[in-house]
Design a protein around this ligand. Sequence first.
Ligand SMILES: [Zn+2]
Length: 233
Amino acid sequence: MIIQDLLRYQETDGKLRTIEQEIAASDERKKYMTARKFLEKAPEKLEALDAKAAELKHIFELLTDKYAEIADTIKDYENLDEMVEQGAEVSFYKKNASQIMDSLKALKAEISKLSSRIEAAKTEFAAAKKQTIAMQKQYKEYREKYLEVKNARADEISAIEAELNKLSKSIPAETMAKYNLKRKEKLFPVVCEVQGNRCPQCGMELSIAEISQLSDGKFVECDSCRRVLFTKK
Ligand SMILES: [Zn+2]
């Protein structure tokens, strides 16, 4: 009977799955994965910080240009005495000077804004650097610890795998391949006995055609959760 062999296989496979889940839930693996994911995203973060630095540099250059422009205007005032003597309107220069003053005030505000953005970027960069160093350390440390956790269960796992290998011999290769595929998709249990014409896992009701197939001793795949269903004769 394929079904009985398959169910025995699944029962043993369930023990393997429990070990896999225990390893996956271990603190060692969680810390290892956290560090790994962080380090995978680190280049992206570094790029964003680089872009920010480039933007701040660009703003700095714009402000430097603005400063040069104002300084240039102020140069005209060096010869103010001469110009006034030659009949220039003092009121015009007064008005002009007040405009320069406004420009300087605006420039000062922009510089102060840029300065706090640079400070913030510096703090952000320092924090990212500190975190990256910590995560590199965590990665190295917990990769070892995670390996230890896996190694500690290695004998247990290979014993179960040997048992599974033995059990699979009495199951058709095609059925085994289908089972393994679903197991890989994290479906468990893969094979279930129909209860009251429904899939016991998701509750999907079977069609008349499917019920007829089942009573012929065939397997049916649940339309909803893709599990392999059967009935005992
Ligand atoms: Zn189902």
